[in-house]
Write a protein that binds this ligand. Structure first.
Ligand code: HEC
Ligand code: HEC
Length: 299
């Protein structure tokens, strides 16, 4: 009996020590300090392409731009996108550009805590210093909204952020980096937007039970685990081709939300177009379509 008790106590002490170690375990890399001047117009373009505005503005409730409050229901609880306005208390008005860079590219808060990957930061890891400076300049133009962010309602143990350090160690993907040789500039631009800012794989690649994308086997093969339990169809090259998509009608759909059969995109995809891709240049939309309709768009 006493032996058992000691064992249980030992196990509890071990778990507590392990959690303690996790809490202290440092994450992320040193940022190069960002000293570049930002271009707010270019930053606003990137904020559209990246869905920052879409996901941090509660359009349905008539919310102010970037004031947050969009609900993201996950199997682990509910997240609410936070207030990103210039309010120094409730928004990010008191942040530095370097704290912003670390949050957006690495998913780490100014206090050193990891963010939930429902915030699509893994796709933004490749933003250049210039991209970050531009985004930051654009965010400085957003009027302050003095409303606190809605607290997340995550279930135990997912409400413990240290657990996300394990998630990061197991699943955080290396961002795709350099252009792929043998493809032209348009293809590589398409790949950069699709795989980066526009985060198409966030909804079109299946996820495992811990919410990590199965990029090696399920890339663009569709997903049944969208926030709120929604589904997204496959958009791999073979499927798109089989379903009658071409570079032209895909670029058109990203502009208008109208599919080749004349129907409009519904749900989450309607919003991707409404708040995102329709604001992009015709060249960028075409580049995305060229990349997606290519037989090695997985690259
Ligand atoms: C799919 C929805 C979604 C998209 C798209 C998105 N975010 Fe977020 N973002 C979130 C959520 C949810 C959180 C809260 C994460 C957490 O608390 O762990 C967050 C947190 C943040 C934070 C930290 C705020 C704080 O108070 O700590 C910053 C900064 C941020 N996002 C910037 C951006 C930028 C810049 C973009 C576009 C490039 C972007 N987000 C796109 C959902 C999103
Ligand atoms: C927030 C989730 C989400 C994101 C991000 C997203 N999609 Fe979708 N997508 C969907 C959903 C849901 C549908 C199904 C829409 C419908 O049935 O009307 C869809 C449908 C599509 C279709 C139609 C496929 C078919 O044959 O029916 C295409 C093409 C597509 N998406 C391309 C993209 C591209 C390109 C991106 C990146 C710019 C993207 N999606 C980003 C959720 C998303």
């Amino acid at each position: 009996m006493r032996g058992m008790f000691k064992l249980a106590l030992g196990a509890a002490a071990f778990v507590a020590a392990a959690i303690g170690a996790l809490i202290l375990w440092p994450i992320g890399n040193e940022n190069r300090p960002i000293t570049l001047a930002g271009d707010a117009t270019r930053g606003a373009y990137l904020a559209r392409a990246g869905g920052c505005i879409a996901c941090h503005t509660d359009f349905a409730a008539g919310g102010a731009p970037l004031a947050g409050g969009v609900k993201l229901a996950t199997p682990f609880g509910t997240l609410y996108s936070p207030n990103l306005t210039t309010d120094p208390e409730h928004g990010i008005g008191s942040w530095t550009v370097d704290q912003f860079a670390r949050a957006v590219r690495q998913g780490i808060s100014p206090e050193g805590a990891p963010y939930y990957p429902a915030f699509t930061y893994p796709f933004y890891a490749n933003f250049s210093d210039q991209d970050i400076a531009d985004l930051w300049a654009a965010f400085q133009t957003v009027p302050a909204v003095a409303e606190p962010s809605t607290p997340h309602k995550m279930l135990f143990p997912f409400n413990q952020r240290w657990g996300l350090k394990l998630w990061r160690a197991a699943f955080l993907e290396k961002p795709q980096s350099e252009p792929v040789p043998g493809n032209d500039a348009e293809w590589n631009r398409g790949r950069q937007i699709v795989g980066g800012a526009a985060h198409c794989a966030a909804c079109h690649t299946g996820r495992n039970i811990l919410g990590a994308r199965k990029s090696d086997t399920q890339h663009f093969k569709g997903s049944t685990s969208l926030p709120g339990g929604g589904k997204a169809p496959a958009i791999d090259f073979e499927t798109l081709q089989k379903r009658g998509w071409t570079v032209e009608n895909l670029a058109f759909a990203l502009k208008t939300g109208i599919r080749p059969d004349g129907d409009a995109f519904g749900g989450a995809m309607g919003e991707v177009v409404l708040y995102g891709t329709r604001f992009l240049t015709a060249e960028d939309r075409r580049a995305m379509a060229v990349y997606l309709m290519d037989d090695h768009s997985g690259g």
